[in-house]
Design a protein around this ligand. Structure first.
Ligand SMILES: [Zn+2]
Length: 440
């Protein structure tokens, strides 16, 4: 089986959306990107996984570009290091705990500060071994009250990163680099967001900021956000912040003078300067240049991949259709383009097949005859999926020998052999999940 032909694709689009919780989640279910597995648990379908892989790819590239080293830490952990850090019980019931058959206390890790100390403490002994920035893209677990689809779940995928330093200046520098890398990744995928000062909460530490995406309605599970609409300005404040009441929609932005707006906000990322909160509790020290020993400085940086998927779909879509943004980098849409033959005569179908071949097939969805969908259903489904370009092979081809390529910015009439280059230019070669190299 080669290429993406609609007749081969498992795409469980449905009109029924039991328990999805919010309009944004219901839209993902209707489009066939996710399927509920009971409260707070979701399966991701092949089309959903394509979006997720592209998002992950962009986040991984951003971390690699600043010297991040990818690791994998166990999701299932013993209690001892959590007791050392003082967080066993610190999650107030949100941590899944269990006992193994030998009666040992274990947990499903909601976060990995303890895990990363466990990984590094020992091999890392000296300031010469630092700084280090490690990250993973894996499941986390929290026994949270499930709300709003992929935004609040019991198992979720995060890119979580941890940095370790011999001094505070090094921590501050890496914190700035990770913050900038997050900005690049979120700009690439086309998210609108503000960066807000935050309370460190259960993570501890001194300085932290959240990346919060404005959305019209977060289904009762969100902060209220006031944010700047000025180009390039990331000023924002949420109702978790003390000074929130000082800001209103339509006020002038205190940073750039642009106009403020108010909306619901979904936190997609969070960066923390933890300082020595964990290293002191867990006795993680290194030898310093002047022959002393000191607790290492740590930073912790999270970006929610599943959350990002839903938030992006919600931010740019309508109640009826998903819409994935197209940026200079490309698009995380499940497919860059859909080829929609109108009619089933062999000439039209042959041209559709030829365009599919020209486009390299793997990131372009062909509505082939065997899928058994009417022309109306082909249009409706590709719209629902938010595929950014539709290549329509039909009457215009029969009459004038050209095809219509429909995008958000209008319809282009193109010769058959021009389509592949157009799709490449329009939706970006960077967005292919297969291109997982560092691009900057
Ligand atoms: Zn501003």
């Amino acid at each position: 089986m080669s290429g993406v032909r609609r007749s081969d694709l498992f795409l469980p689009a449905t009109r029924e959306t039991p328990g999805a919780g919010s309009e944004a989640a219901k839209l993902l279910v209707r489009a066939g990107l996710i399927r509920g597995f009971g409260s707070g648990l979701w399966a991701v379908t092949p089309a959903g996984q394509r979006v997720r892989a592209k998002l992950t790819d962009r986040v991984v590239a951003a971390m690699d570009s600043i010297g991040g080293q990818r690791v994998r830490l166990p999701g299932l952990q013993y209690a001892d290091r959590w007791r050392e850090s003082g967080r066993w019980g610190g999650f107030e019931g949100e941590m899944f705990t269990l006992e193994n058959r030998d009666g040992q206390a274990m947990c499903l890790a909601p976060s990995h500060e303890e895990g990363v100390v466990n990984l590094l403490d020992g091999p890392v002994r000296s300031h010469h071994d630092l700084p280090l920035l490690v990250y993973q893209v894996e499941s986390k677990f929290r026994d949270d009250h499930a709300r709003n689809g992929l935004v609040r779940t019991k198992e979720f995928t995060m890119k979580d990163a941890y940095s370790v330093h011999a001094d505070e200046a090094g921590l501050r520098e890496t914190y700035r680099e990770v913050r900038a890398a997050y900005e690049r990744a979120l700009d690439d995928v086309g998210l609108e967001y503000a960066i807000v000062e935050a309370d460190a909460g259960v993570m501890g530490g001194a300085t932290s900021e959240e990346f919060v995406a404005p959305v019209a309605d977060a289904g009762g599970d969100s902060d209220r956000l006031v944010y700047c609409t000025g180009a390039g300005c990331r000023f924002g404040v949420t109702d978790e912040h003390d000074g929130f009441d000082e800001y209103d929609a339509d006020d002038a932005c205190p940073e750039c003078g642009g106009s403020l707006a108010a909306s619901d906000g979904i936190e997609v990322g969070h960066v923390f300067q933890l300082g020595t909160r964990y290293s002191q509790a867990m006795d993680f020290t290194v030898d310093t240049a002047d022959g002393d020993e000191r607790s290492v400085e740590m930073g912790s940086y999270g970006l929610g991949v599943d959350r990002l998927l839903q938030t992006l779909g919600q931010q740019h879509g309508s109640p009826d259709n998903l819409a994935w943004p197209v940026t200079d980098w490309g698009s995380v849409a499940p497919y860059r383009a859909a080829i929609v033959p109108v009619g089933d005569d062999s000439e039209v179908l042959g041209v559709a097949e030829r365009i599919h071949d020209d486009c390299g097939r793997e990131d372009v969805l062909l509505y082939d005859e065997d899928a058994g969908l009417s022309v109306g259903e082909r249009f409706a489904e590709s719209g629902l999926l938010g595929i950014p370009a539709k290549v329509v092979v039909g009457n215009t081809y029969r009459e004038d020998g050209v095809v219509d390529v429909e995008t958000a910015s209008g319809t282009e009439k193109l010769a058959v052999d021009e389509v592949a280059a157009f799709v490449e230019r329009f939706a970006g070669s960077g967005s292919r999940a297969a291109d997982s190299g560092v691009s900057d």
